[in-house]
Design a protein around this ligand. Structure first.
Ligand code: GRF
Length: 216
């Protein structure tokens, strides 16, 4: 049966684009049925629309401040998503923190990508923090979302070296190139039913590597 994928973005949407392209090129048993942004100016919306994918905006600014505003935003987002009946919800550069209620509603079918080797560096400015810490490797993590921020069972990670002379943009670009590989692969595994969760650890049923080493 064709799996229905909804993708949430906040900006550029290059990870979303990589998933849309891989889904079409590799003939996944899936379809990207919606791209939803929390900002009306999210650049990725244009790509989605140009590819015949339904788009929607749930503007976080329209839902007021504080806890009440966050909960109202989450509820509005959940109801828009429900309208697309997704089997999988993919957070791709989605820069809003989703509350526990939202997460539980989509638990087990909610994926995120984070540009660090979790559990190191949850939150923002991951590349800057990795450089400041003198890390010799950096990377990205695809994981199932749990109510705790940038936490949850790890589907796949990519590792790249931190090279002498790296600045934040150089390291971010090296990591992003790997995101475009590991996120489509992880989503494909999900829609093909190749992932299982055992004691909080994600296994790829066919034993395909859940680690990508890249960039030298
Ligand atoms: C990616 O590095 C993602 O991991 C991070 O924000 C960036 C989004 O890029 N959370 P894009 O919108 O997918 O191009």
């Amino acid at each position: 049966m064709t799996q229905r994928i909804a993708i949430l973005i906040s900006g550029r949407g290059s990870n979303m684009e990589a998933i849309v392209r891989a889904c079409a090129a590799e003939g996944w048993p899936a379809r990207v049925v919606a791209v939803v942004a929390n900002r009306p100016d999210a650049a990725g919306l244009a790509f989605a629309a140009a590819h015949g994918i339904a788009t929607a905006v749930v503007d976080h600014k329209a839902h007021g401040p504080g806890t009440e505003g966050r909960e109202a935003f989450d509820a509005a987002l959940a109801s828009v998503l429900d309208g697309f009946a997704p089997d999988l919800v993919v957070l791709a550069g989605f820069m809003r923190i989703l509350g526990a209620r939202f997460v539980r509603r989509f638990e087990g079918r909610l994926l995120n990508i984070h540009p660090s080797l979790l559990p190191a560096f949850p939150g923002l400015h991951t590349h800057r923090r990795a450089l400041e810490a003198g890390c010799k490797v950096a990377g990205a993590t695809v994981h199932f979302v749990t109510p705790e921020l940038d936490h949850g069972p790890i589907v796949m990670q990519s590792v790249v070296p931190v090279l002498p002379g790296d600045d934040e943009p150089a390291l971010a670009a090296r990591v992003l190139a790997t995101e475009h590989l590991i996120y489509p692969r992880s989503v494909r595994w999900f829609v093909q039913g190749r992932l299982s969760l055992e004691g909080g650890v994600v296994r790829q049923r066919d034993g395909e590597p859940q680690l990508l080493r890249a960039g030298g």
